[in-house]
Design a binder for this molecule. Sequence first.
Ligand code: PMP
Length: 438
Amino acid sequence: IDPARPVPDIRTALPGPEGQKVLDRDGAVTSPSLPRAYPLVPKRASGSTMEDVDGNLFLDLNAGIAVNSTGHTHPAVVAAIKEQADQLLHYSASDFYLPIYSQMCAALAETLPMEGPTRVFLTNSGAEAVEGAIKLARYATGRQHLISFFGAFHGRTYGAVSLTASKSKYHKGFGPLLSGVHHVPFAFAEIDENGHRSHDEEATFAELDRLFETEVDPSEVAAIFLEPVQGEGGYIVPPASWVQRLRALCDEHGILLVADEVQSGMGRTGRMWAIELADVQPDILISAKGLASGLPLGAFAARAELMEKWGAGAHGSTYGGSPIPCAAGLATLRTIQEEGLLANATTIGDQLLTGLRELQAKHPEVITDVRGVGLMIGVEFRDAATAAEAQNQAFQRGLLVLDCGVRTIRMSPPLVFTAEEATTALRVLGEALAALEA
Ligand code: PMP
């Protein structure tokens, strides 16, 4: 972080009657396009350091939203991509046998928190993997209804956005959505307008009881979709006992438990899969984001007997599991293992959590909660405006963090994040908070 470099003016988005206008540094309207969290324009990056088009350097605690798991442009990943590019760019794996596709499935299957044989299907994105999981859950069970949670985010395609929490910006204007989707309270939520946590562990099961008694028989429910650590909803870690109760409820009624590990998986929590924190096995597991360190690759995996019900051609994807993303995915899985990145996520995550709790003790009026596990950490602020201001103050000082939920900023740095970088991040955040309070 070079103090001599000019820092871009972050006050570029002004609310107006026609929506938000984007202003350039001189205050002129440049474009009516989508407003961004702050005006970062990335040029190149390495490890956990990002350089923008003006030559400003940033410490990246976003990692492209939990995507650059092995750090930016990891040499092993880049080499694997280049090597594969010289050999084969594409051949549809839904129609032909591609060895690298099978290698990727096999390597991923070895990491899964599921006993017994599994089958893996590769996709281009998280949302596409969620769609596949929805189709599989309905097909394999012959049931139609699906359950997900308040605060959940599963993607923006129709099935995925229907599972995404209701009453949100994600739904307005897009209906009718997928039918048969029900939302129930998550184990825990951000504080509400009155400063109270809006629900607790019992609220989930009380609402499920009510749902099963009055609206839908549990024998008609295909699956419960769970983020083992809720991501976009505010980086919220549910108690292990709550996840175990959900598993038991699924077993009781023959409902599939689907773990959406798009954000929480691939080592982010210090475990390969966050559901391992609760010692629970899902029936279907969904991955994307960190799976290929930045190339478009997603996956859903299921117990073999579920996916084997699909006949030939029941599901497919032209680009899903294309050779170059598979090469990057294989290199990512190897790198996580060879460089001990799960252990690193735990060690550095603990360092960050401890430092952040010290900052909370220093600024109790500003920070209302620090939570997380491994390198999936949320800092909850007293209100949304304060969280946004903290994010901007951090950006002005060269630290990239991003809001989530209602009033939380998240930290999801690359799994290669070092102790020295964590110390720098905490120092800069401390300065940002001091400026904010001043
Ligand atoms: N599921 C979860 C838990 C996610 O966090 C996201 C993305 N934020 C998605 C699904 C959708 O992934 P994608 O953007 O790759 O479609």
